[in-house]
Design a protein around this ligand. Structure first.
Ligand code: KIV
Length: 276
């Protein structure tokens, strides 16, 4: 190979994230749009184009209805606006649970059409063989264990794990299977602190927690949750801003201006901006 594209040279790689096991905590957030990705890129190690976008952006009741086309469109937007972070795109429900070769075709389509560096799959034990199939063929994979939102139809709800020790062995085995199959890191969602700590000890790749305590190698949140965009957020989310309140205040101020006729003459503003 004669030269490396400048963009590829600058980005954090899946290998670098894997090497951070037990080191500096890995900072991850979700991103679905170009403006958000541009703001998060400098400070985050990983931007996840999560299929949570179905609920956060598209108003779906869960992630089951998310399609490949939605993931690719949002993945492209995030890639266009980011330069530094590793971008991971979620594989949507139905795109990877069948034959490993179908999962491979869909994963490659996501990587080629978005330019992202990795995909994520929700990894129950039955997905380990698919992770191995993908990673052996050059597709970096992030695993996801514990509360698996795509399992909502079979579980009947979003179910946290580890309330009793009965869950422990199963979730630890899922994380070990994903790591052994070649996942470069594993998201651990909605599990009790003791279970998160045990998973983190049990696997050789970083764990990325969400509602899973500080006992992980990194953390991820849905960005809109931690920015306070919704009137409800999961209890484990710390709100670092009140976007919902800020937006409501801004919209009210705008409506007041419109109703009071308190607007500058648009054309004049434009002309002076062009001249100036
Ligand atoms: O879809 C998503 O945003 C996720 C994260 C919450 C880990 O899977």
């Amino acid at each position: 190979m004669s030269a490396q594209a400048p963009d590829a040279a600058r980005r954090i790689t899946a290998r670098q994230i894997r090497a951070r096991k037990g080191g500096e905590p890995i900072v991850c957030l979700t991103a679905y749009t170009a403006p958000m990705a541009a703001m998060l890129d400098e400070v985050c190690d990983v931007l996840l184009v999560g299929d949570s976008l179905g609920m956060v952006v598209h108003g779906l009741p869960n992630t089951v209805g998310v399609t490949m086309e939605m993931m690719i469109l949002h993945g492209q937007a995030v890639m266009r606006a980011s330069r530094r972070a590793l971008v991971v795109v979620d594989m949507p429900f139905g795109s990877y649970e069948g034959a490993p070769s179908t999962a491979y075709d869909n994963a490659v389509r996501i990587l080629k059409e978005t330019g992202a560096q990795a995909v994520k799959v929700e990894s129950g034990a039955e997905i380990a063989a698919t992770i191995a199939y993908l990673t052996r063929r050059g597709v970096p994979v992030m695993g996801h264990v514990g509360l698996r939102p795509q399992a909502v139809l079979t579980e009947g709800a979003f179910k946290a794990k580890g309330r009793g020790e009965g869950d422990f062995a199963c979730v630890i085995a899922e994380a070990q299977a994903a790591a052994k199959a070649g996942a470069f890191c594993v998201v651990v969602e909605g599990v009790a602190e003791a279970l998160a700590a045990k998973i983190t000890q049990a696997i050789a790749v970083p764990t990325i927690g969400i509602g899973a305590s500080a006992g992980c190698d990194g953390q991820i949140l849905v960005t809109e949750d931690m920015l306070g965009l919704f009137d409800w957020t999961p209890k484990f989310v710390r709100r670092y801003a009140d976007l919902r309140g800020d937006i409501a205040r801004a919209v009210r101020a705008y409506a007041d201006d419109v109703r009071a006729g308190a607007f500058p003459a648009a054309a004049e503003t434009y002309f002076s901006a062009v001249k100036g």
